[in-house]
Design a protein around this ligand. Structure first.
Ligand code: PEP
Ligand code: MG
Length: 602
């Protein structure tokens, strides 16, 4: 927390004014506002003549080259950011750099120039058309589509700035301890903010899971995004209090509000210190039960953060990233290298690699070029050829991936995880392919691991959960994917805000599926973990332990809080809580029990 009360004293003459937005970055900020509005370069549409086409295409090419140089430079500056910041920004910059290569956007812009639009008019029209088409898709994850549309618009803005030679927004001159108030903050700009200088950030636009939000969280800057009306009200120099946990902003705070904010900020700093000390302590309950805490990995640049998170391995390596932002499927050697890098980074701790889970909300460019995509986007993608279904339809993809995993397993302990399994046949068919691939590798003279890595399955459909006892005879371990299990059990899309209330992991129906799965795995002595978002919520940790879980896999930054809960509870109390929870018939009653238990720990 950064204080700058000395800079601007509370102004009793002005009434305090409250704004609400989305809580994005934890922490309290107190400081004077620095207001920035209207950042878009203004543009009048302009037509050109036939004989100007050549020159206009050259201008466009120069702007593209300049934008590419700027983005590459930004990428080299990544090394100066904290590990979390690097992890978030690198894939984004790569996506931008890819768009500035041979992309639909640039092809479309060139076509428009040939149709007699000026270069900037062509870029503006093409980016808007692409963004609007993207947002018009109805059958995918809205937040994901919005993110992609924002990325396209961001590249368009950069090209137009370079074409019109409009300077970029610079935050370098912001006074120490300022709260930045801005209508819209681009992720690439967010990456350049200095957490040491800036007290906090408030924006008019933005969502909780956009890249900007993730970036601000990674930088540890207290932030509230999407606070409507804030830029109209605030003037530079106004004193502000911002609570990034509650999503609240107060302008012209009263003396009482200031005192409360100071207390909250001290408490926040203390908690952060306490959490940092947990890294080396064991995840063990008060009655001596060890709990295995693992990390989920989505992009390889998270590896340094994971290695420092105090985890015992990677419980979910989402291999989808290998297939994203590219036009070709990665070959066996490339995949082997990616898996090996993760295995070596974990220094002997196990890495659970999930084979490609395409479908539903996950969009993968590399598969767009094959006929596969047509099958996948037909009808309802979440209920179609998703995960293992698609891989068994296209065994060449599965074979390449399994071969790469087996080869990488020479470097350390590995497990294979199959997504979206619903039937025993799918596990058997995968095992047959696995054996065939291993045989082929042996024939090829590859160095093989002593034993083939075990094969486990995601439990993320109600059918799989309710046949967990039968599946346990075929699979070596279970990972319960509560994100999809909730979606399929509740028939509520995990990315649809309209049914967000229904998407409730505390519904008794969902908890019974989780309980049935855990009991089956314990009976049949098969290891079981949860790797969905439930595992990252410390309030749910006692319930999951009480249901019998001893292994949780989550994003690395969630580990300290979950570990703190593990170390504060006894299995006996957790089991009592779980018993009471499982007697309830309504989510609200379950929520009360869980909240009460958490409140007693606090
Ligand atoms: C899940 O469904 O809970 C899960 C971990 O998989 P993903 O979020 O990648 O679909
Ligand atoms: Mg899933």
């Amino acid at each position: 927390m950064r204080k700058t009360e000395g800079r601007a004293a509370p102004q009793p003459l002005k009434k305090e004014k409250h704004f609400a937005g989305l809580p994005v970055g934890a922490g309290i900020a107190i400081g004077p506002a620095h207001l920035i509005t209207d950042q878009s370069p203004s543009l009048q549409p302009r037509a050109i003549r036939d004989n100007e086409i050549e020159a206009e295409l050259t201008r466009l090419d120069e702007a593209i080259a300049k934008s590419r140089r700027q983005l590459n430079k930004l990428r080299t500056q990544l090394a100066m950011l904290p590990a979390e910041g690097q992890a978030e920004l690198e894939p984004l910059l790569n996506a931008y750099i890819q768009m500035i290569g041979p992309s639909r956007l640039l092809r479309g812009a060139r076509k428009r120039v040939e149709g007699l639009a000026s270069a900037e008019t062509a870029v503006a029209a093409e980016t808007e058309a692409l963004a609007v088409t993207m947002m018009a898709a109805t059958d995918r994850d809205r937040a994901g589509l919005k993110r992609r549309a924002d990325e396209i618009r961001e590249i368009g803005r950069r090209l137009i700035r370079n074409l019109t030679e409009t300077p970029f927004q610079s935050f370098a001159k912001l006074a120490q301890g300022t709260v930045l108030v801005i209508d819209h903050l681009r992720p690439a700009d967010a990456a350049l903010l200095s957490p040491a200088r800036l007290a906090g950030v408030v924006t008019e636009e933005g969502g909780t899971d956009g890249h900007t939000a993730v970036m601000l969280r990674a930088l540890g800057i207290p932030a509230v995004l999407g606070a409507p009306g804030i830029t109209d009200f605030v003037r530079t120099g106004d004193l502000m209090v911002l609570d990034g946990h509650a999503g609240s902003v107060v302008v012209h705070p009263s003396v009482t509000t200031m005192a409360t904010a100071r207390r909250a900020s001290t408490a926040f700093a203390r908690e952060r210190q306490k959490l940092a000390q947990l890294r080396r302590l064991p995840a063990e309950t008060t009655d001596g039960q060890s709990v295995e805490l693992l990390a989920n990995l989505e992009v390889p640049i998270e590896l340094p953060l994971i290695a420092q998170a105090g985890v015992e391995g990677i419980g979910l390596f989402r291999s989808e990233f290998l297939f994203m932002n590219r036009s070709e499927v990665p070959d066996e050697d490339e995949q082997t290298e990616a898996y090996r890098a993760a295995i070596e980074a974990m220094g002997g701790d196990p890495v659970t690699i999930r084979v490609l889970d395409w479908g539903g909300e996950k969009e993968i460019e590399a598969l767009q070029t094959t006929s596969t995509v047509n099958e996948l986007t037909r009808l309802n993608p979440a209920l179609g050829l998703r995960g293992i279904r698609m891989l068994l339809r296209h065994p060449e993809l599965l074979e390449t991936q399994l071969a790469a995993i087996i080869r990488a397993a020479v470097s350390g302990p590995v497990k294979v995880l199959l997504p979206m399994v619903t039937t025993i046949d799918e596990v058997r068919a995968t095992r047959e392919i696995y054996q065939r691939v291993a045989k082929r590798l042996r024939r090829r003279g590859e160095t093989m691991p002593e034993r083939l890595p075990p094969i486990g399955i995601m439990i993320e459909t109600p059918a799989a959960a309710l046949s967990a006892d039968a599946l346990a005879l075929e699979a070596d371990f279970f990972a319960i994917g509560t994100n999809d299990l909730t979606m399929y059990a509740m028939a509520a899309d995990r990315g649809d805000a309209d049914v967000a209330k229904l998407y409730d992991p505390l519904h008794p129906g969902l908890l019974r599926l989780v309980q049935f799965t855990i009991e089956a795995s314990l009976r049949l002595r098969k290891p079981v973990s949860v790797c969905g978002e439930m595992a990252a919520n410390p309030k749910l940790t006692p319930l999951l332990l009480g249901l019998g879980l001893r292994c949780l896999s989550m994003n690395a930054s969630a580990v300290p809080r979950v570990k703190m809960v593990v170390r504060a509870v006894s299995i006996a109390d957790c089991a009592r809580l779980a018993r009471r929870v499982m007697e309830q018939t309504e989510p609200a009653a379950i929520r009360d029990l869980v909240e009460d238990f958490a409140a007693k720990l606090a």
